[in-house]
Design a protein around this ligand. Structure first.
Ligand SMILES: [Zn+2]
Length: 264
């Protein structure tokens, strides 16, 4: 792969990435050429976008139709009191660009829908689901599977958080397999409460998975068989015991999204 050379400022800004053999200069160049779509700029989207921006992911698209409220500030660390009432996507973009003007950040202040997701997902290399409602999660999962775009989906409430990396090219289950429609939607942050550091841990884990994925083949170029991501494994974190649990998600052969001949 032909890479553009990093300039002196980039070599300094990203020196801590470049010093690691797992990323190096080639990995940094890959990050700078990558486009990550982040849907939801709340408690998960704030840390996820912050680490991807500071690490030098070259294009971030932030999608959130909501505005900042006082009760968000407990955990949504990109915002301040002066942002209250303003669009989260726009305020987050401004905040990230102040920290790293070397990247491009696009703010989308529309609600994620079946229509706009097709275009947004098609333009991205990777999608992070940082939303707080199941209806939107199903739509994101469907778009990613239709367009074969990898998805890192996460959720948190109370002291518990979870994430799962889904690759439509692999044969594990999808978000729809994990939560079939018939299951009732659990409480979310605004009606169940949330321990702020738990969304920080889960959002940062999404960013780490994203960086690992985007720098995947830099150690051994063209050797895409080396996977650093636990595709298809649901990782659950208990913030009281500080334990992580891992559970493989098998494909439901009757799943309408990923279930082979049954999929639409
Ligand atoms: Zn499925």
């Amino acid at each position: 792969m032909v890479h553009n050379k990093l300039n002196d400022e980039q070599l300094l800004r990203y020196s801590s990435n470049i010093l690691m053999k797992e990323i190096g200069e080639a990995g940094q160049q890959r990050l700078l050429k990558s486009h990550v779509l982040i849907i939801g700029l709340g408690g998960l989207g704030c840390p996820a976008s912050q680490y991807l921006a500071s690490s030098g992911v070259g294009q971030l698209t932030l999608v959130d139709h909501d505005t900042v409220s006082l009760s968000n500030l407990q955990r949504q660390t990109l915002y301040s009191v002066t942002n209250i009432g303003l669009h989260k996507a726009k305020q987050a973009a401004d905040c990230l660009l102040r920290s790293n003007p070397d990247i491009n950040v696009t703010a989308v202040t529309e609600k994620a829908s079946q229509q706009n997701l097709e275009t947004l997902v098609a333009a991205a290399d990777l999608v992070l689901d940082c939303t707080d409602n199941r209806k939107t999660r199903y739509l994101i999962n469907q778009s990613c599977y239709r367009l074969k775009t990898p998805l890192i989906s996460a959720a948190a409430r109370g002291f518990n958080g979870q994430l799962i990396a889904l690759n439509p090219e692999h044969d594990h289950g999808c978000y729809q397999c994990l939560y079939p429609d018939s299951v009732t939607e659990p409480l979310n942050c605004s009606n169940a409460g949330i321990a702020a550091p738990v969304v920080g841990i889960i959002g940062a884990s999404q960013a780490l998975n994203a960086i690992n994925y985007l720098t995947l083949d830099t150690i051994t170029p063209n050797a895409l068989t080396i996977d650093k991501l636990p595709w298809g494994y649901l990782q659950s974190f208990n913030g009281l015991t500080q334990h992580w649990q891992t559970l493989y998600l098998p494909r439901d052969t009757s799943c309408p999204v990923c279930g082979g001949e049954h999929a639409h």
